[in-house]
Design a protein around this ligand. Structure first.
Ligand code: NAP
Length: 415
């Protein structure tokens, strides 16, 4: 297993919200696999820098890419790049301790934050901003993020969906847990939940998950606000047309949409929400890998059920795009691995270079973090968290991670 970071497990460590520790337990399954004979981990190794795709196909019978989707989708509206307009993915990476994002400075002093999008990432961001000190303290959120969120001036977090409550992409558990937040009321104007005829019919025919989403929303709309210190306000059928401000974000201009055959179509009805920070949470986008084919439109590696060609495979978000939860990706990986095994059984897999990857990397001047190095990081983090009742306190800079793992920094200037 090759990984650019010194630590394994991708979004389980650096994407899953820190207040969802149960979801992170899937790493135990990974740890069991890692103990199997023949498994090796090489962290701090970057494709195209330390080793190329062609070299890997010469060294191994098969190479499988499971690199996810590393960037965010763009809104394509004026003001998107103003200071204070962030991709939700940047905020998520920051509060989770991703070493490439620790220098970011989120100004949370403003009274209102706007989150664009109606997916689970939008809910993660809104909820993290709304957690109070008691809720944050037992998590592995970085100390910097805990301090910033505890001290934040943000009182209202407005989550804006371009379509209606029936069409939202989030899932019931995530919508339901909003109602349990100790420090934030969930505010929905009941008018926002009025459905047009087509949405009524869609809801009628929809799976139980969508019905449960709407039930939760109706419950929130019927509640009296309890005067909790913060509030999450959910808005529907509104699209951002511009992020406003001179030198930094001062507001978002929204247009009201109508649904036409399920699509959001703008009306002439506009409004401005004043805010000091915006999180754009409209999905991830995969990036091209050196030496591999890439479809810019979908942000994926062109493939057939996970096979790029015999010997090269992909799984997860870089295979099908950035949708689906952990279970979806498990099924997806099984599909790819079945093809890999089929190609193996058909005698289509072979390698031509008998050297050991470890030797090739060392020759190249790379300094891989091996599995024992990760185990040391893991041990130190858990040990630091234990006295505070936290699962771990993450090492969050390249230097900390590499020195804990026994690795040495490679020059990343060229990367
Ligand atoms: P997502 O589920 O695809 O949601 C993206 C949202 O952005 C949708 O509401 C979409 O609306 C909206 N959107 C897209 N383009 C837009 C635009 N131009 N203007 C306004 N809104 C726009 O993506 P995600 O939230 O990034 O999550 C990615 C995947 O990770 C999802 O499968 C999610 O369930 C999963 N995830 C799961 C958890 C969990 O299980 N707790 C947590 C985080 C993420 P339309 O529907 O109208 O396109």
């Amino acid at each position: 297993m090759l990984e650019r970071l010194p630590t394994p497990w991708g979004l389980v460590r650096l994407g899953v919200a820190p207040d969802h520790p149960k979801l992170k337990e899937v790493s135990r399954a990974f740890e069991r696999t890692a103990q199997r004979e023949g498994f090796r981990f090489f962290g701090n190794v970057e494709l195209g820098v330390d080793v190329t795709h062609d070299e890997l196909t010469e060294l191994y019978d098969a190479v499988l890419y499971a690199v996810g989707a590393q960037t965010d989708r763009r809104l394509g509206i004026p003001g998107e790049d103003l200071p204070g307009s962030w991709a939700a993915t940047q905020f998520v990476a920051w509060y989770n301790g991703h070493p490439d994002y620790q220098e970011l400075e989120f100004d949370l002093s403003h009274e209102r934050a706007v989150v664009i999008g109606n997916g689970n990432v939008a809910l993660d961001v809104a909820r993290m901003l709304a957690l109070n000190a008691e809720e944050l303290s037992p998590t592995d959120t970085t100390d910097a993020a805990i301090e910033a969120i505890n001290g934040a001036g943000v009182m209202e977090i407005v989550v804006v969906g371009r379509r209606g409550p029936v069409q939202a992409a989030w899932t019931p558990v995530e919508v339901g847990e909003l109602g349990d937040l100790a420090g934030a009321d969930i505010l929905i104007d009941p008018k926002e939940l009025e459905l047009d005829e087509a949405s009524e019919a869609e809801l009628e025919a929809a799976p139980g998950t969508v019905k449960r989403n709407v039930d939760h929303l109706r419950d929130y709309a019927s509640r009296e606000p309890q005067g909790k210190p913060r509030a999450i306000r959910l808005r529907f059928l509104r699209s951002p047309v511009a992020i406003l401000g001179e030198d930094r974000v001062e507001g978002v201009e929204l247009v009201r949409n109508e649904l036409v055959e399920g699509r959001a179509v703008p009306t002439d009805d506009r409004e401005t929400i004043e805010c000091g920070i915006v999180f754009r949470s409209v999905g991830y986008h995969g990036v091209a890998l050196p030496g591999l084919p890439y479809d810019e439109r979908t942000g994926t590696i062109p493939n057939d059920a996970g096979r790029v060609e015999a010997g090269t495979y992909c799984a997860g978000w870089i295979k099908r795009g950035p949708t689906g939860i952990i279970g979806t990706n498990k099924k997806d990986a099984n599909e790819t691995v079945a093809l890999l095994l089929e190609d193996g059984a058909a005698g289509k897999l072979s390698h031509t270079d008998e050297r050991d990857l470890a030797d090739v990397l060392v020759e190249r001047g790379a300094s891989p973090v091996v599995y024992a190095g990760w185990e040391e990081i893991d041990r130190l983090e858990k040990e630091a968290g234990e006295p505070h009742g936290r699962p771990r306190i993450k090492l969050a800079t390249w230097d900390e991670l590499l020195s804990a793992s026994g690795g040495v920094p490679r020059s990343r200037d060229a990367a």
